[in-house]
Structures are given as structure tokens and as C-alpha cells.
Design a protein around this ligand. Structure first.
Ligand code: UGA
Length: 431
């Protein structure tokens, strides 16, 4: 089939390459010229494991092309929308990119097509788009909501082996066509109404965020009562009704999805007169969790002014270069504003983080340089590179009290204690 994918961000590029790998003819549209330049050379503008290889394979087989022109979408069997839907400060989801693209498409499209929405849009948006835009098209344009469930860093795995594919629509033929493009994927294909499909996306992310905030609260209480989250969480997760995933306590969730989608769902609930108390608490707990790290450093170092601290990891999780809403951003800025001398490092996120801080933070090439001369290390992201460091070398270059705050409960507490570090984790008792 001939498919256009509009917006070559994380979701769009993975979608474009994934569809091309099934033998569809894909046109990727990207308006950002520096991104497009890379894409034209079949180079991925983002760091995502395996994506460069998939892109190159699709290019070699002639199944993928890129352009900046939306006009190329006319004549496509399907048009996927994968543009950004960022949130504003209030939590309101900014749909301007979606509306701009659809408004342009309405004038461009002359042949019947199916518009497939993969951008995350609040429940009710699809129906609005049909009323406001698609009913005005010169030709038949059917609308399908097809939310994505891709994790950054594992996006290709999630693309090829999803738990389910959600297809929300009204027109049976369009639903069947969307099912067909995924026929090589062995996963349940759930057909439902458009608003329900939109809600599945928000409910899934909100539930996962709730699990994280819940286990972080339990970890905080473990700290107070002398229990150990490493013993508690696995035992709780073994109950099949609960499940062991997303029960890792730490500094809380970040990224471009959970923070935005929890705030977005809260906003839309409020707008409809519903007070989503549970979700509000999830968001608040998540914010407090990053403050706890700063408070702990303050207590252990006897204040922060003039103290030298290394923050290892800037991305919101390992396996990505994405620092959006990463706990590290708030932590770095708080530490610096309290007068600490802050050093930071990350295998892939340094350039993105640098844009936020310029000269306030000392960005280092690697963890060894980062730890040199500091009194404390904070682990923000559980990159394997940090877990497998030679901590005895790190210790030799650090200063007393050799404090390590393991914000992801990823380090070997026993080993660090043996080496003479003062260690605390999240819900893991300090030594
Ligand atoms: C998330 C969802 O997992 C995807 O299903 C969804 O498609 C995506 O959002 C999206 O809406 O596009 P992602 O943001 O890439 O994916 O990252 P996750 O792996 O879900 O992790 C999110 C955050 O939660 C990270 O900061 C991670 O460190 C944190 N986390 C995760 C925990 O603190 N504890 C856990 O047990 C699990």
C-alpha cells in the first residue's frame, strides 16, 4: 500500500520504517530542515536502538522516501499523523500541529483516503476532527484512531511485538484496511469506537504512572519503617493480579509521555467537571520524588552551598538520548540554585541536556571525570555504563563523605559499602 507518515519524531520514524519493512511504499514528511537533511541521507536524527539499520534496509529496498512537502500525501491509501502534541503549563494538550496538518490536508487531498491518528490526542478529539475538518473534504476521508504504545529505547521491539493493536473507527472497510497493514504482526487487533481508542492510550499511560508513584510511596514508607523495597516490590509483583512490571522505585517517571499524558487526562477531566483525585496525587508524588533526592543530598552533606556533586545520567531512562521531563533537569537546576558545584555526564543525553543549562553545570565526557573531586554521586539514570563502573577507582578520586544516592536502586549496595561509600537508595536502607 502507499502510505504517508507525517511527522518524523520518535513515533513517526519508527512507524514509517516499520511499515516500510512490511513492504509498503512509505513517504515520510518532515518540515524541520535539519532533520530532513539527515533523513534524506537515511540517517536517523534520533538515537533509537536498531532504527538506523531498519531505515537503511528500507532505503536500500526502495520502500521509503522523505520530503518536506505535504502535497505528496495525495494519492496515499493511508495517511498517518504522528506530529507532536505537547502539553502547555496548565496540562492542556496543544493540538495546533495536528490541526494545522489536517487543515492543509483538507485542501490537498483529491483522492479517497484513510486518516490514521497516531499522535496522542485527548479523548473526543477524533470526533471533533471529523466534524470540523473531514466533513468538508472534497473526497471521502475516513478517520481511524490507532494509538501507539512504543517505549523509547525499545520502540522497535514494541512495534514488531506489541501486546495489542487498538483500532478505533466507524467505517468497516477502513478498519479492515488498517488491520491489513498490520497483518504481519501477531497480536490481538482490538476494534472499538474512536473515543474509546483514544481513552485506551491515556488510561494505559495513567495506570502505569500510577504504579510507579504507588511503589515510590511504598519505598518512602519503607525508608521510614526500616523495610527494604528490594524485598517488598518483587513479592508484591508476584501476585498475578498486580504483576511485576513498573514496580521499580526510584526518582519517578519522566519523558515525553507519562508527564504529558497524566497532566492531559487530568486537564480534560477537570474540563468536564470531574475531579480526578487519584491522578492528581500520582502527578504530585512524582514531582516530590525528585525533590527527595535533593533533600537527601542536603542532609547527607550538611547543606548544598559549595558542595561538589556528580549527577550520573541525564536522560529520563537508559537507551535514549531524550532528556524531556527527566528528573535530572529539576535536580540539576535545584542543586545549582542552592549553590552546589554540579558536574554531570550521560552516554547519549549530554547534548540535549546542555541546551537547558549552558554554563551552570559542568558537563563531563564520562563518569570517571564526572566523579573526580566530588563529595557525592547521584545516580539519575541506570545506564549499564554506570552500573558496571570501577567504583574503587571512583572512590580514590572522590572526597569525603563518599556519598552515593542511588536514585534508581541499580547499584550493588553491598559492594559499594565494602569499598567504603556511604550509600542510600530509594526504599533501600542506607548503610
Ligand atoms: C511510555 C509507555 O511505556 C509506552 O507504552 C507509551 O507508548 C509511551 O510512554 C508513549 O506514550 O508514547 P516511555 O515514555 O518511552 O514509554 O518510557 P517507559 O519505559 O514507560 O518509562 C517511563 C518512565 O518511567 C521512565 O522515566 C522510567 O525510568 C520510569 N519508570 C518505569 C520507573 O520509574 N519505574 C518503573 O518501574 C518503570
Amino acid at each position: 500500500m502507499k502510505i504517508t507518515v507525517i511527522g518524523m519524531g520518535y513515533v513517526g520514524l519508527v512507524t514509517a520504517c516499520g511499515l516500510a519493512s512490511f513492504g509498503h511504499q512509505v513517504l515520510g514528511v518532515e518540515k524541520n530542515h535539519s532533520k530532513l537533511k539527515k533523513l534524506m541521507q537515511f540517517e536517523s536524527p534520533i538515537y533509537e536502538q536498531g532504527l538506523d539499520e531498519l531505515l537503511n534496509k528500507a532505503a536500500a529496498e526502495g520502500d521509503i522516501q522523505f520530503t518536506t512537502e505535504l502535497n505528496g500525501a495525495d494519492g496515499s491509501d493511508l495517511i498517518f499523523i504522528t506530529v507532536g502534541t505537547p502539553s502547555t503549563n496548565s496540562g492542556h494538550v496543544d493540538l495546533s500541529q495536528v490541526y494545522t496538518v489536517i487543515n492543509q490536508l483538507v485542501h490537498i487531498i483529491t483522492k479517497p483516503t484513510i486518516l490514521v491518528m497516531k499522535s496522542t490526542v485527548p479523548p473526543g478529539t477524533g470526533e471533533k476532527i471529523i466534524r470540523r475538518f473531514l466533513n468538508k473534504c472534497k473526497t471521502e476521508v475516513n478517520y481511524i484512531s490507532n494509538p501507539e504504545f512504543l517505549r523509547e529505547g525499545k520502540a522497535l521491539l514494541d512495534w514488531f511485538y506489541p501486546d495489542r493493536i487498538v483500532i478505533g473507527g466507524k467505517d468497516n472497510d477502513s478498519i479492515q484496511q488498517v488491520k491489513n497493514i498490520y497483518k504481519k504482526i501477531n497480536a490481538p487487533k482490538l476494534v472499538m469506537g474512536i473515543t474509546s481508542a483514544e481513552m485506551v492510550k491515556y488510561a494505559s499511560n495513567a495506570f502505569l504512572a500510577t504504579k510507579i508513584s504507588f511503589i515510590n510511596e511504598i519505598a518512602n514508607i519503607c525508608d521510614l519503617l526500616g523495610a527494604d523495597i528490594d524485598e517488598v516490590a518483587p513479592a508484591v509483583g508476584m501476585d498475578k493480579r498486580i504483576g511485576s512490571d513498573f514496580l521499580r522505585a526510584g526518582l519517578g517517571y519522566g519523558g515525553s509521555c507519562f508527564p504529558k499524558d497524566t497532566k492531559g487526562l487530568n486537564f480534560i477531566s477537570t474540563l468536564h467537571g470531574y475531579n480526578f483525585n487519584l491522578l492528581k496525587a500520582v502527578i504530585e508524588v512524582n514531582f516530590q520524588q525528585r525533590l527527595k533526592a535533593v533533600h537527601k543530598l542536603h542532609t547527607m552533606l550538611g547543606g548544598l552551598a559549595g558542595k561538589k556533586i556528580a549527577v550520573m545520567g541525564l536522560t529520563f531512562k537508559p537507551g535514549t538520548d531524550d532528556v524531556r521531563e527527566s528528573p535530572a533537569l529539576d535536580i540539576l537546576s535545584l542543586l545549582a540554585s542552592e549553590g552546589a558545584v554540579v558536574k554531570a555526564c550521560d552516554p547519549h543525553g549530554k547534548d540535549n541536556a546542555f541546551k537547558y543549562f549552558s554554563r551552570k553545570i559542568i558537563f563531563c565526557e564520562d563518569a570517571y571525570e564526572c566523579a573526580k573531586g566530588v563529595q557525592a554521586v547521584l545516580l539519575n539514570t541506570e545506564w549499564p555504563q554506570f552500573i558496571h563502573l570501577n567504583w574503587s577507582i571512583i572512590k580514590q578520586t572522590m572526597q569525603t563523605p563518599y556519598f552515593v544516592y542511588d536514585g534508581r536502586n541499580a547499584l550493588d549496595k553491598k559492594r559499594l559499602s565494602k569499598l567504603g561509600f556511604k550509600y542510600c537508595g530509594v526504599g533501600r536502607p542506607c548503610n
